[in-house]
Design a protein around this ligand. Structure first.
Ligand code: FAD
Length: 514
């Protein structure tokens, strides 16, 4: 066999370099040999000895897996399974320098590559990756606190829950995503929303400097004086792999929280969001309001229920000022809770055990839209459309509609032109999440139409001509303007930076600016 003899020859030739080699899976020699041969077929410019040489340059704890190995599947599984990337080799770098080596190999051999973090990215532009190297960052995990200047260094693959706990135990907090299973960096690259954004700004607003491996395989530090600093705050997926970030942290002062979870039947949709418009007209920094729509037949077999969450910081019970108008609408259930910052994710079912944190093999595309405020008439209309499209006999029954009303003071305190994130004046992030069994192109198309129909109802209700969307929730059929801003200078600037730092579009799979 060609691959056996070549690999053995390569192994012999480089046997002097084998000491300290990365972890090769005990599942055996064959998948490696087959995988390496496959890569040389795809990239004829590189030989098996080239790959072997590369492998010996990785650190001892790096890991490499090919198709056919269980761990290849484990480390390439995604949260949403429509429009997914295809990869042939999974490498787990164990050091920041390993990322440099992988990108250099990929460049030298002209192999596409893609950073994977917690793999919650669901944008369908990822399907444009049809082969190549998956760089799974999970081993780049760590939090180092620098108390003297209230910053922390977060490695590029660090999980949010782990990070929050590490900081909390040391007496600190930071702006992170809300969901425990998502990593820190994935949300941050698109701006990033979190519980503390009302106080301190977006997740990316906390960056002090970033270590970034550029498309040409060099690692640079991007600080406030570097031109990429602007781009990494909102369009970061396009410019490099962040191996670590130095971020601002804060003394732990936002600790006590209370929530009211009020459940309504869908016939209340219009009244409920009218009440929300009035109640949250001047939403203070310590109040957050979310709602989910979903089918829970035990509560209402006739249509999705509306679960309305009112969160208040610094109290043991949510002040009636924020709840009275909703209680007046006679919720079918009311569930007040008191606890700490660490309880928020459990209350919202986005803790490690919560349904959104499970990778169940389903397709989970979202169709996001930023809004300035609710339009109660449009909310009633979109409720009816959501109800019709998620009926129990259809394929989208387990879908979810999310309405996120974080406090915005910290986000709006930053000059909008100082970051690529373009949507600081939008108070609400809404998105239907259409869940279904993947593998049927007709159903993919139906889901796309359904999600877009729902989004369009709210867009029409906004009275805007241009859609504003969150690239981190995007479906993938939005325009770059709809991800990165309609002011023409924004995309012009992003594209100039792209030409300078990634002329060959190596980072082109997630929400490409071009
Ligand atoms: C359950 C759930 C909860 C969520 N909660 C929040 C939330 O609270 N706040 C919020 O703002 N968003 C949230 N999101 C959206 C989230 O920001 C996006 O889904 C994001 O893409 C997830 O990042 P990831 O690393 O898990 O995804 P991945 O699919 O692993 O990564 C997405 C893309 O990011 C890039 N990437 C990831 N890591 C790096 C890195 N270190 N360097 C360079 N590029 C990198 C790659 O291009 C990759 O394709 C949530 C999503 C889900 C599914």
């Amino acid at each position: 066999m060609r691959w056996q003899s070549m690999l053995l020859a390569a192994a012999t030739a480089f046997s002097g370099l084998v000491a300290g080699m990365p972890i090769l899976d005990p599942e055996g020699f064959t998948p490696y040999a087959r995988g390496l041969e496959e890569l040389t077929l795809f990239s004829p410019g590189c030989s098996i000895p080239d790959f072997w040489r590369f492998i010996t340059r990785l650190s001892h704890n790096a890991e490499i897996y090919f198709q056919g190995q269980n761990k290849f599947n484990t480390y390439s599984i995604r949260w949403s399974n429509v429009g997914t990337p295809k990869v042939n080799i999974t490498i787990l770098p164990a050091t920041e320098n390993d990322v440099v080596e992988i990108v250099r190999l990929a460049n030298g051999c002209n192999i596409p590559f893609l950073a994977y973090n917690s793999a919650h990215g669901s944008i369908t532009t990822l399907k444009n990756m049809s082969w190549g190297i998956l760089i799974n960052l999970r081993k780049l995990s760590g939090v180092t606190i620098h108390a003297a200047n209230e910053t922390a260094t977060i490695l590029g693959g660090t999980n949010s829950k782990y990070m929050i706990q590490q900081l909390w135990d040391a007496g600190y907090q930071a702006v992170t995503g809300t969901c425990e299973c998502v990593n820190y960096m994935g949300p941050a690259l698109g701006g990033g929303h979190g519980w503390l954004q009302g106080h301190y700004g977006l997740i990316a607003d906390q960056f002090r400097s970033l270590n970034v491996v550029l498309a040409n395989g060099t690692k640079i530090t991007v600080g406030p004086d570097h031109e990429l600093f602007w781009a990494m705050n909102g369009a970061g997926h396009n410019f490099g792999i962040v191996t670590s970030a130095n971020i601002k942290i804060y003394p732990k002062i936002h600790t006590t929280y209370a929530i009211e979870i009020l459940t309504f039947t869908g016939d209340k949709a219009k009244d409920l969001y009218e009440a929300a418009i009035t109640t949250f007209a001047n939403q203070p920094v310590e109040v957050i309001q979310w709602s989910y729509w979903m089918n829970i037949p035990q509560l209402d077999p006739t249509g999705p229920i509306i679960e309305f969450y009112i969160i208040q910081e610094g109290v043991t019970a949510v002040d009636s000022q924020w709840t009275a108008a909703f209680y007046a609408l006679n919720p079918i259930a009311a569930n007040p809770q008191t606890g700490s910052y660490l309880d928020l994710s459990t209350w919202l079912s986005i803790n490690m055990d919560g349904p959104p944190c499970q990778k169940t093999g389903m397709a989970n595309p979202r169709f996001p839209l930023y809004l300035e405020s609710f339009n109660a008439t449009a909310m009633e209309e979109v409720y009816e459309a959501f109800k019709a499209g998620t009926n129990s006999s259809g394929p989208f029954y387990n879908s979810l509609f999310m309405f996120e009303g974080y406090s915005m003071q910290g986000v709006q305190a930053k000059n909008a032109s100082n970051a690529a994130f373009a949507w600081r004046n939008d108070n609400l992030l809404v998105a239907p999440l259409i869940q279904y069994q993947p593998g049927n192109p007709a159903l993919d198309e139906a889901a796309k139409q359904f999600g877009n129909e729902l989004r369009q109802i709210l867009h029409r209700g906004s009275g805007r001509t241009e859609m504003h969307t969150y690239v981190n929730y995007a479906y993938g059929d939005e325009t770059p303007e709809e991800w990165y801003g309609h002011e023409s200078w924004r995309l012009t600037k992003l594209r100039q930076l792209k030409t300078k730092y990634d002329p060959n579009n190596r980072f082109s799979f997630y929400g490409p600016v071009n």
